[in-house]
Design a protein around this ligand. Sequence first.
Ligand SMILES: Nc1ncnc2c1ncn2[C@@H]1O[C@H](COP(=O)(O)OP(=O)(O)OP(=O)(O)O)[C@@H](O)[C@H]1O
Ligand SMILES: [Mg+2]
Length: 215
Amino acid sequence: MILIKIGGSLLYNSKTLLKKLKDFAINYNKKIVIVPGGGIFADVVREVDKNLRLSPSLSHKLAIKSMDFVGEIYSELGNIKSYSTLFDLKREIPNEKIGIILPSKILLSIDLAEHSWNITSDSLSLYIGKLLNVKDIIIATNVDGIYKNNNLLKEVNASEIDEWTSVDIAFPKLLKKFKMNAYIVNGKYPERVIDIINNKNTICTKVIGWQNISV
Ligand SMILES: Nc1ncnc2c1ncn2[C@@H]1O[C@H](COP(=O)(O)OP(=O)(O)OP(=O)(O)O)[C@@H](O)[C@H]1O
Ligand SMILES: [Mg+2]
């Protein structure tokens, strides 16, 4: 199973990526699961929070529900079925090959993430990854990867990232905790996302949270 988080930053640039992923999943018999970001809807929650000083828990809940909004839109744009339970996703993906998770029901039920703005859709998609038992996650966003001093990093160890980048600040620690690796890639270039799935070198940043050191 291939897990791809498609950031809300790609809301207006997602159609080609969604179409390419659907064709790829069906033509190459790959199971692809998409987790949406919160995008402008989460930005609205952040704005309201700033003005009304909502409780961290309410902001957290509403920001998670923002991911459902983006998920519903990606579902219509890509003509890809959406699921709000892993039970339904797992039952249908053998035939459908590709599915979009509307994560609020799952994430609010398990309620394992810290209720703070340090946790955004990047970290929340790792919790979904954990529940689906995947080792790698592709994070599609609106930049080519993670930059340090204006240089695009090809590979970086999660423990070397201690600030906000194109992924949220909690992401590197969680990646290590869940023993996962991540590929941060620009979703405006769907061919790069396909290259990562095919283990081909491409323009992205690999974040290493876990190294399989076989003796
Ligand atoms: N060091 C960095 N390297 C790369 N991008 C960075 C860095 N620091 C900040 N950014 C910003 O992070 C942005 C991507 O994160 P953003 O949260 O806006 O999008 P997203 O995660 O794809 O969307 P969403 O949060 O809605 O899912 C980039 O557009 C860039 O401006
Ligand atoms: Mg983000």
